[in-house]
Write a protein that binds this ligand. Structure first.
Ligand code: SF4
Length: 378
């Protein structure tokens, strides 16, 4: 209640009316959107302070309850090797944490050791080994343990494949493909240099106590059988054995489970004024990904509308003048924004695990990290 003798302030008709528990539009845009201006984006930092809008009765704090209420994941596309989903209600730092974990910390199996028995191809041993290391293996890393330098290779931490190909004299050139790698479920077949004692089994480069066929549900192999490894001329041969172990992309990119994992903020294209007739036609023609459409107003007039904002690539063509400078006739009329807490996330798996499983693994790894921090702190 206003004090006696003071006048309560009433809004005039010209002043914008502020809804209860809602910020005025310009502040809401600053809080929730990054605006992409001609030369650089603005409002990139947002408002982190919990009491930033306390004077207006708006709570800007972050809480687990609020997060749980607002957080949403919507899967838009899911195939065997790739997926796109929307992650809504999350901070950029969290989205980036998932991206980095996916690239560098979700483990896979990759070829680490190459035991070269014979290589008369034109490819040097080192180059051949490098190529082999990058072949995606069809092996679930969750079924294996990490191996350290002093560990013995066993059926629990090592997968062995052999490659034995030759091109006979007088035959045409032979292409060696990844599908020629043959899984050895009983372990290495190459004998160690020291001969076996009488009656003992000859020792090899691995110590499997049982066949991997007995502990795995499906046979192991390579994800893609048509990756070219080498070309052999007549009389040339390759004979080798490879040992694959569990590792993470942080150590070497060959263990990264994704071809790529990336995100972009949800685009929002706003027409601040009506753009009509010839200007509308020009705007529609400028956009290379058809974000705009023409709407017939029925009275012989047409106007531009934003039909597919999600497709916007932020190329800024729509706000450019004829000579390419960001100051065309529509620079004040079109506003390019990004929704700060809405991420369009794409995961392309290399094949070791399906993309949805990779994301679940990334969540699990982040959870483990948080638990570690909490336990260290306490
Ligand atoms: S920034 Fe490029 S893609 Fe986005 S609406 Fe403008 S012209 Fe189209």
């Amino acid at each position: 209640m206003p004090k006696k003798g003071t006048k309560s302030r009433k809004g005039t008709d010209d002043e914008p009316k502020q809804e209860k528990n809602k910020l005025p539009e310009h502040l809401e845009v600053q809080r929730t959107r990054v605006v992409c201006k001609g030369d650089a984006p603005v409002n990139t930092e947002g408002f982190q302070y919990a009491g930033a809008f306390a004077a207006m009765g708006i709570d800007n704090s972050v809480s687990a309850d609020k997060f749980c209420k607002n957080f949403k994941v919507v899967v838009n596309r899911l195939t065997e090797d790739d997926m796109e989903f929307d992650m809504i209600g999350i901070d950029a730092s969290m989205a980036n944490a998932f991206r980095r974990i996916l690239i560098a910390e979700v483990p896979t199996m990759a070829i680490e050791k190459v035991l070269m028995a014979d290589n008369t191809s034109v490819i040097a041993d080192e180059v051949l080994s490098h190529r082999l290391g990058l072949i995606p293996l069809d092996a679930d890393p969750r079924l294996f343990e990490y191996i350290s330098e002093n560990d013995v290779p066993t059926e629990r931490n090592t997968i062995v494949y052999k490659l034995h190909v030759s091109c006979q004299k007088g035959s045409p050139r032979l292409t060696v493909k990844s599908g020629d790698l043959e899984w050895l479920p009983e372990g290495s077949q190459l004998p160690l240099a020291s001969p076996a004692q009488s009656g003992d089994k000859q020792k090899t480069y691995t110590s499997f106590s049982q066949s991997q066929k007995d502990i795995l549900e499906k046979p192991l192999g390579v994800k893609f059988k048509d990756i070219t490894i080498a070309r052999l001329g007549p009389g040339q041969a390759i004979e080798l054995e490879v040992h694959a172990v569990k590792g993470i992309g942080k150590v070497h990119a060959k263990w990264s489970p994704v071809a790529t994992a990336w995100y972009r903020m949800l685009p929002e294209v706003v027409l601040r004024e009506e753009i009509k007739d010839a200007d509308a036609e020009m705007l529609v023609a400028k956009c290379p990904v058809n974000v705009f459409d023409i709407e017939d107003l029925g009275n012989g007039e047409k106007r531009a509308v934003v039909a597919r904002p999600r497709a916007c690539t932020l190329c800024r063509q729509c706000v450019m003048g004829p000579t390419g400078e960001v100051m065309g006739p529509t620079v004040e009329q079109v506003e390019l924004r990004r929704v700060r807490d809405h991420f369009i996330f794409t995961i392309e798996s290399t094949g070791a695990l399906p993309p949805e499983m990779l994301f679940t693994e990334a969540v699990r790894i982040l959870e483990e990290k948080c638990e570690r921090v909490i336990s260290e702190l306490s």
